[in-house]
Structures are given as C-alpha cells and as structure tokens.
Design a protein around this ligand. Sequence first.
Ligand SMILES: C[S@@+](CC[C@H](N)C(=O)[O-])C[C@H]1O[C@@H](n2cnc3c(N)ncnc32)[C@H](O)[C@@H]1O
Length: 352
Amino acid sequence: MLGEAAVKDSRIPKPYSEKHMDETFSHPQYRVDLRRYSEKEYNKFVRLNTVADWSLLSWKDVGKPFEVTNYSRERTEWEKENNQAMDPHTSWTYFNKSFHEWFIKDVPKEKNLGKEQFMRSLASFKPVQVKQAIGNLVQLQLWNYVHRIQDGIWDPRGKRALFEGLHLDRPRILFLGAAEGYEAMQLGAMYPGAEIVMVDYDEFCKTTRFGEFPEHYPFLGENSSTGQWKVTYKDDLNIEYVVEDIRNLDFGKEFDIVLSVGLLEHFPDKYKPEVADWHRRFLKEGGYAILTTPRNQLRSRLYYHVMADVMNHTYRELMTVEQMGLYMYEAGFDILRHGYIKVHNGLICRPR
Ligand SMILES: C[S@@+](CC[C@H](N)C(=O)[O-])C[C@H]1O[C@@H](n2cnc3c(N)ncnc32)[C@H](O)[C@@H]1O
C-alpha cells in the first residue's frame, strides 16, 4: 500500500492522496490521520455548547484557571545565573527549541536507546543515573502516547470539527504566535485559496519549527472546484511568515480569521484584555477570532508535571472552556461556538 511505503520512505514527496481517506498511519515522529471524524466525535465537540447565555456567567460560577508553577530546569538555572526573572521573549526561545527537539525524535529508536541506557544505569549501581534513565523513559513513553498514539497535540480531526462550516471564500488568515503553523495550514486546506500570514517573534519558529515542518504531512480539506475531500501539503499553501512582535504589527482590519493556539493562557489576568484585543484589531467586519488553549484536566496537569523540563519555560495556566469563553466575552466578543477537542478548548468568536 502506498501509505505504508510512505511511512518507510519519507523521500516520497507527496505520499498520501484521497485514496487514503479514512486511514491512519504511524510515522516514527508523528501520526498521519486521514480519518474523517465520526458523528459522535463531531457532536462531542461542536454541540457541547455548555453555556447558553454568557451574560449570565460569573467568575464565582466558573472559578479561576489552574496555574502551572513547576518550571523547567533551564529556566530556573538561567534565573539563578542572571539573578532576575526570565523575560517572556527569552522564555519562548527556550521553549520552542526544546519542544522542537521532541517533534523530530524518532520515537521507536529513542525508546530502544532509552531501555539500553536504563539497563546500563542498573549495572552502574548509581542511583542518580538510574533515576535519570527512568525519568527519560517515562517522558518518552508519555510523548509517544500523547503525540504518536493519541495525536493529542495536532489532533487533526478535532481541529477540523472546530474549524468547519465557516462559509469563507479564499479567506485571509492571520496566525498570532504561529510556532510551526499547524492550525493555519489545516484551515488553509479546508478553505481553498486561503492567504495565510503567520507571525511569531521567535525567528527559530520561522526557520526551523515551520521551516522543517514535514513536507509530506497531509492536511485533509476541500477541493474548491468539486467540493470533494482533498489532501493538501504545506508547499501547496500560500504562506507568508513574519518574524515580529504581535504588538508591533501594523496590519489594518484585513483578515477573515485571526487565530491563536496556546497563547491566551500564557498571560496573567491583567494582560488578557490586551491579548483579546490582538484578536479584534486585525479582523474584518464579520470575521472570526479562533482560539484554543490547553484544558484543565487531570491528565494535562500530569503531562505538564512530567514534561516540565521540556515545556515549562513560560507562565502557563490550564483552564476550562467556560473560563476561556468568559475572558473573551468580558473582552467584548460574542461566543459563536465553544467546546473541547482532545487536549484543548476551542472558541470561535466575533467582536460585539
Ligand atoms: C505556546 S506557543 C503556541 C503553541 C504552538 N502550537 C506550539 O506548538 O508551540 C506560543 C507562540 O507564541 C509566540 N509569541 C508569544 N508572544 C508573542 C508576541 N508578543 N509576539 C509574537 N509572538 C509571540 C511564541 O514565540 C510561541 O512560539
């Protein structure tokens, strides 16, 4: 089967097509998922509109987000050496480098190496080495489960369910804090002819996280001339990547979609209205602000605990979809759709 060949031979540039619809393949670094979401999954996401009237909700009802306070070793060592708190821009450069190293891991190979390291550590009779080897193995197993088995980070089916039905023709899409740009590419596959502008102030995101995003990763979307399903690749899309601080952007109200994924939860409450405003400032009349943030659930807390050294360089909260919606509602947005996908909450909203 062509898809299986592609898993073994990533030199085939565009290995998947519509022929692979409803199939999923496990690559050493990630999962390819061309399955459509089932009715049950769709309902779980888009019909889970738990709040009927946002104006009736208060912080007393929903409580405040959970703050993740165990920071990475890199951050704590940097702060000790520099005798000051790490600033957000520096913390993102550490985070992006560290996170990217996990995305490019050949997980089955690393797991074998990890097991060998563990056996050697046992033979050394040195508790520090044994502890380190176990820690590495636990992280690898968790990463394998979350990213390669569950596909919780990219979650193409959940994202497609969140993004579908927006009735947009050749939209202009602005991705704030784009990192590797995954969600804008998924939107671009679903809304053909899209013009995508990605913005991130960490240059490494443009050159490496996005630059080295696998060219043979298939995004499922639509063929605009037939209305049928179509597989789209990164280099089929019209993408401009801008390295800049969001606060310095001088676009007008020219975008049909302003998107952020994992941005709002990195700002304490006093900055959240400003972050919400970034989603309004560049939006055309009638456009959509789309946001996702990690869910506050036990398994996410566990993930950020075990992966602290990989993930926790920046201020971070875990929140519920009701908390997230209330932040945006109070900042002057109407909530058009809200729900959760595998590990994130999702909102589609529009300035009131
Ligand atoms: C948590 S990441 C987004 C999650 C992403 N999907 C990932 O996989 O890492 C947030 C991104 O926003 C960027 N960012 C944060 N504040 C920014 C600002 N003021 N201007 C531009 N980019 C910013 C960071 O550099 C980072 O790449």
